[in-house]
Design a protein around this ligand. Sequence first.
Ligand code: ZN
Length: 336
Amino acid sequence: MAVNSELKYAGAALSDGSEERIPYWHLDSGQPGDVFLVIAEQHGNEVQGCEVIRRFWRVCEEHLRAGQVYLVPFANPLALRHRRSHITLGPEQPYADAAGQNMNLNWPGDPEGHDTSRLCHALHDAVVRHCTRCLDLHSWSRFTATCTLVRADVPEAVALGEATAVRFQMMVPPFRRDPAEGTTIGSLFNDNGLAATCIELAPQWVIREKEVALGLRAATNIAKLLGMIDGDMEPLDGPAVTFDQSTRAERTHTVTAPCSGLFVENGLETSDYVEQGQSLGHIISDVDLSTVGIPAPVAGYLWQYGCHREHSDIALPPQHPYADEGDVLASVMPVE
Ligand SMILES: [Zn+2]
């Protein structure tokens, strides 16, 4: 039986009286099964998931055989056009400065609230409330590895997380927040007998083929896990590195700058495997121009890589490779 694939719109009435029409795809196999939501770009600078969804739409059109799929590539079109995480953010302003209009703290939304909350409400009404499983696609900075965030207390969510076949899997606790203030989309599912998982496809601001491929594999694997698409899940090449958010620091071997200077990376990327003693790069000392090698302290996968400071996700100076003595240059997680 052919898949019924439709382009639809969730209409949000904005505070200025205009209507924002959020486009999404709805695919129906005509057979019973889960209703799987894949959503991206809640934060306007996190755009890798948008292309993941476009490709997954093609996969579903061809292969969906059970259940339904809702695909929302541009969850927050206002922030997309603003080219920043939230519509209220200005240059170099951290995400947390405008928490009120952080979309992923506003579910299920409010039709009388601020505009971001109105977008949530429109999507919740048209899409989210129909869904049983959710893959929520985000991005963080290039200095931290691509990672699946897994709600550790929800077995179905753990299964979704494993199916993403992403190297790093961070087990996270329930998100505690006054429900009246709104919550994350993942919590809407995981707190209500359903299941969701989230992937941070690093980095923000750009779309990279490798990350898109990871995201597509994750979405397709989840659909296979749920019996919506036939075939075996495509596994991760090598072991997953699963760790608890609360014990991350204990699992991580951090490399700091032994002196000040410019950190020159060695062509590695986050998630790459390194051997103990392998060169991670070097520092050019700004004191005496000496070259100071930076070896990996332990064998494992690069959880962090590159000289950076706080807010490297929204500003350029914190991405500058000049390190003060003691700045973090990399961190490695061994496989347990
Ligand atoms: Zn995000």
